[in-house]
Design a protein around this ligand. Sequence first.
Ligand SMILES: [Zn+2]
Length: 382
Amino acid sequence: MTEKIYYDDPHISRFTARVTECAPEGENYGIVLDRTAFFPEEGGQCCDKGTLAGMEVLHVSIKNGIIKHICKDPLAPGSEVEGEIDHALRFDKEQQHSGEHILSGLSNSLYGCTNVGFRLASDITTLDFDKPLSPKEIADLEKKANEVVYRNLPVKCWFPPATELEKMEYRSKIELTEDVRIVEIPGVDTCACCAPHVDFTGQIGVIKVIRHEAWKGGVRLTILCGNRAFEHFSKALTTLDTLTKLCSAGLDSICDAVKDIKDKQVKAEAEKNKAETLLLEARIRQAAEGTAASPIVIFTPSCDTRNVRNAINNANSSDRLCAVFAGAEGSYNFIVECKKGGLKTVLENLRKTLNAKCGGSDTMLQGTITAEPKAILELFKD
Ligand SMILES: [Zn+2]
């Protein structure tokens, strides 16, 4: 078993160790040391990053108590190497993980929730509870969790002897019997956990739930703690500042200002659709005044397909073939309609002669085409 230095000193960043094994692993090498400060990917938490003998450690895993470091080049078994973990990243994960324990412990004592899922990724942390929580309950939970941060309680991590463990009440996803590491925040949470944590809850800084969603009959919370929450807040504030300037609004009126823009946009879109449809209808009716038997073929600037369809339906009451090509510079969306049918041949010709991508029925075709208007008109001549 690898000696886990991160348990004795969760703040260690440099350490020396002896290489006990080194074997190829895909394009890289799997390196085992007699001791390590690298926390492996375990219990829903991603692994530490850093270097071994100056080489970047690409991944760290654990199996049967043996921790394996993946590096690009091999290290000689027996040699002594220096390792260094990225302590800023480690501390970031400690902030997230300790914050998660507080939320899970409180959700259990306040609402009887059980944490059934946890994932600490490099950007966000998600925790899943088996019971649904209302937005008000989540807000209360978040508030109480931050009060635990302000109280700056100790976070105690230890391996209790079996006799002591038997009498303890603690959260655990699986049945554990030996070498159970307990992480306790007095009066808030006691949980079996293998990961490094902050020493005091004050080091978490802040706990923020940024999203909640229904999840398998319960709820999934997405959270940011400590520096992640600070950076998120800074980014959100910059965005908000830009938005308020763009809309010439203040913080209190920005939502109304954006809603107003949205309403105007919806209204303008409806007016544009109406105008487009009416214009096309007029052009179809005008074209229909020509030779009674010839097909109506119209080219129009880019236009919503629904408007083309509506205009044809409204304006072409006869049995004549009516085709509208909407677009520019030889690239069009089109609709062809003929109430008496017979568009199968037109479909084949459009595909074969002009390489159109289209489909539909014997009375209505829809598609896209890249061709000169002259070539398209030629096709409809007969
Ligand atoms: Zn944990």
